[in-house]
Design a binder for this molecule. Sequence first.
Ligand code: HEC
Ligand code: HEC
Ligand code: HEC
Ligand code: HEC
Length: 152
Amino acid sequence: MKKRSLLTSAISLLGVVFVFSMVHATATGPADTMTMNSKVYKKHKKVLVTFTHKKHNVDYKIACADCHHVYKDGKNVWKKTEAVQKCDACHSEAKAPKVKKGEPKIPKKEKITKYHYSAIHENCVMCHKDLKKAAKPTGPTACKDCHPKKKK
Ligand code: HEC
Ligand code: HEC
Ligand code: HEC
Ligand code: HEC
């Protein structure tokens, strides 16, 4: 009898340790929701966008590497156990300048690689658009649905 209760308490202690470490792991991971507020923009013209990070990963089943990357020779070599840099660490300029009439357009790839505005919209909006085309549950594709009202 005594042996048994000792075993039971050992098991429940293990359980507590396990649950604690799970809670601890989530507490130190990325935030469940994030207010996108890149410092590359001198001033935000739009209301800040709230991004449901955890929902996108867990509920919408999107893999970490669909959004996070470190490219080497054109291949994404980032692994989900590695550190994550903010998008603007690499897509470090705000928005591509308007090209004047007659001037060559900036190639799309160059725009995305350089400018935060292009990279973030390519990531968020293109996925939503592709899913919409495929008639699957999706997120907003219209400007006003992510940026509801203009900031004064
Ligand atoms: C749908 C896209 C998407 C998915 C899926 C996703 N993330 Fe993120 N994650 C982001 C965005 C966007 C940010 C904010 C980056 C920024 O502020 O520049 C971010 C931020 C983070 C941060 C915080 C970085 C910081 O310095 O603030 C970590 C850590 C992170 N993600 C890890 C992960 C891991 C691990 C997974 C998978 C379990 C994952 N992410 C899945 C888009 C995504
Ligand atoms: C370590 C630097 C780095 C970080 C951090 C980074 N990117 Fe990129 N990203 C690049 C480079 C370089 C390319 C161009 C890759 C190529 O040659 O095709 C790229 C390409 C892209 C592309 C187009 C190709 C693709 O993978 O879909 C999108 C969209 C994009 N990044 C969005 C983001 C977003 C959103 C974040 C933040 C969650 C982010 N990037 C963080 C360096 C980075
Ligand atoms: C790879 C695909 C993918 C990417 C990348 C992605 N989303 Fe989504 N998003 C979804 C899907 C799928 C849903 C909704 C699914 C559902 O309702 O079942 C969604 C829903 C949303 C919603 C509405 C519901 C909610 O959770 O708030 C918002 C707002 C949103 N996304 C914003 C963003 C932003 C901002 C980014 C970029 C930082 C982003 N998404 C990147 C696939 C994506
Ligand atoms: C899926 C959501 C989504 C949609 C749709 C969307 N955006 Fe964004 N937009 C974002 C996110 C996320 C950022 C990055 C904000 C940050 O990190 O500071 C952003 C940044 C911006 C910025 C730079 C920051 C600022 O406030 O000045 C502008 C301007 C902007 N978007 C305009 C637009 C316009 C115009 C459209 C329609 C053509 C549009 N967006 C559609 C999510 C979205």
